[in-house]
Write a protein that binds this ligand. Sequence first.
Ligand code: UD1
Ligand code: MG
Length: 429
Amino acid sequence: MSISIVILSAGRGSRMKSATPKVLHTISGKPMLFHAIDASQKISDDITVVLYHQASRVQEAIESEYNNINFHIQDVEQFPGTGGAMRGVNPKYKKTLILNGDMPLITQNSLQLLTTGDADINMSVIKLSNPNGYGRVLIENNKVKEIIEQKDCNLSQLNINSVNAGIYCVDTELLNRYIPKLSNDNAQAEYYLTDIIKMAVDEEKTVTPIYVKEEEFKGVNSKFDLANAEVIMQNRIKKELMEEGTIMRFPETIYIDCRATFEGENILENGVTILGESKLINAHIKTNSVIEDSIIEDSDVGPMGRIRPLSYLKGTHVGNFVEVKKSTLNGVKAGHLSYIGDASIDEGSNIGAGVITCNYDGKKKYKTTIGKNVFVGSDSQLVAPVNIEDDVMIGAGTTVTKDVKQGSLALTRTPLKLIPNFFYRFFGR
Ligand code: UD1
Ligand code: MG
């Protein structure tokens, strides 16, 4: 753990064309910066995030999730650029790993790889058939000589296909000496962190290229990049879940939040969406259902079921077009077309088609409690707050506005009128 990590996230991210700071755009349910922080925390306890644009918003978001991250606000006016970002950062350990906040696909293994060996600097290099947009890396005898930013390249340098992937592991003492000496004498008039390579080479330090997987080092700069990174992250999540025993029908149509957890053997049919910190335990989620921040245990949902946050389904069957919100259903059947909100329903109860818990009076939300073995007839409304005890029958079409005692029948019904031959009088024979 004796490595410091600095995550550069002060850039404007203008190509993202968004009011939201670039690094807070989410991938599989989590801001992209958090993916980089999570990978970093696996190898370091000294992590500094460098911020500038919308700094307080990004810092607040980080602090709501992590409590041991250091922050540094870059003086972008005076010292723009990745080298400027490092001015005033104080890494605690002998080696400092520097990465970008917009690399959500980076893994612990790759970070680890960059910290190995005894070179003064390790830097990540990718070979690309199209190096456009990246700094080019001059390598001789497997030692890095220089990084030249694309905008500073001459025609032959533009053809170099070894590019700077943007992650470096640097001897901290060198870093502290070189950063104040950087100049902005270049095409972008910025302080380039990449210029420390030439400084190190001039002092005969060793700079080793570490060849890395392009996929993990892809920077997310636009909404197109964001969508592509999402696909890669989803494929990783689903592959791992399938390896652990989840069945997925047409996995490319399934979306799973990275915070969701799975236990036992789960089945996900096509078009299923699992959001937030949901937990599935031996669940069968059928076509086009959405589960959000809920626990589904030994239960089946859908097709086209929607389970909204803070619900807990256990031994329960929820069928098509049923919406459940902040409710606990234990051993329940709710087969068709229902809204069940702020409710708790106990074993053996059956919720008929079209049943609605009227949980909201326009100002506040209220609870519905339903005991064991309650039969709620189709198209009934349960006006909350309301408590229905065990062994109750509610007739179809009933509006329940009072608590119902154990063993009772509840029924509100306008008497049926029957008028013989009315049809023929109205329409004729
Ligand atoms: C940088 C590298 C380039 C490399 C590429 C890989 C430099 C000079 N160039 O270029 O060699 O191929 O990354 O993706 O470093 N940032 C700050 N403060 C700033 C500017 C940027 O914190 O003043 C942060 C950004 O938020 C971003 C990271 O640094 O996370 C990289 O900045 P970016 O502008 O994307 O650098 P590139 O021009 O892509
Ligand atoms: Mg970039």
